[in-house]
Design a protein around this ligand. Structure first.
Ligand code: FES
Ligand code: FES
Length: 156
């Protein structure tokens, strides 16, 4: 039995410890906001927070989160500045990558409330978006952090 906290609530799951955390979140706990993209830790679609750090749930065995705190996109309040900013900046296109993008952005702003463009590009580089929303993501992060976006940039 694996016991851990998900979005503040204790969960007990009877699965093999090497089951990917992503499968447990989606299939056992019904938290389908976290997406499956590559399954290899390369795209960031499955990003969740584990003890406050953004991690790839597709390559994290659930046994590794025993006793830890996991937060998914469902655990970020609707009135969180990042979610509000995402809507205000109309960031999403198809939306598939966006839960992972938001989880990375929330973690970035928690550690660096007023990031530079370089900070954002570095923190977000593991989150791929096939729709190319990088420019709006950057603007939304600046806005959520209360900093004005600069013009230009390589990932727009
Ligand atoms: S699905 Fe986990 S990094 Fe791509
Ligand atoms: S919004 Fe479509 S993949 Fe990012």
């Amino acid at each position: 039995m694996i016991v851990f906290l998900v979005n503040g609530k204790e969960q007990r799951v009877d699965v093999s410890p090497d089951t990917p955390l992503l499968w447990v979140l989606r299939d056992k706990l019904g938290l389908t906001g976290t997406k499956y993209g590559c399954g290899e830790g390369l795209c960031g679609a499955c990003t969740v927070h584990i003890d406050g750090r953004p991690e790839r749930s597709c390559i994290t065995p659930v046994g590794d989160v025993q006793g830890k705190k996991v937060v998914t996109i469902e655990g970020i309040p609707e009135n969180h500045p990042v979610k509000k900013s995402w809507l205000a900046q109309d960031v999403s296109q198809c939306g598939y990558c966006q839960p992972g993008q938001i989880m990375s952005a929330v973690a970035l702003l928690a550690s660096k409330p007023s990031p530079t463009d370089a900070d954002i590009d570095s923190a977000m580089s593991g989150n791929l978006c096939r729709c190319g929303t990088y420019g709006r993501i950057r603007r939304a992060i600046h806005a959520a952090g209360g900093r004005r976006a600069r013009k230009g940039g390589s990932r727009s």
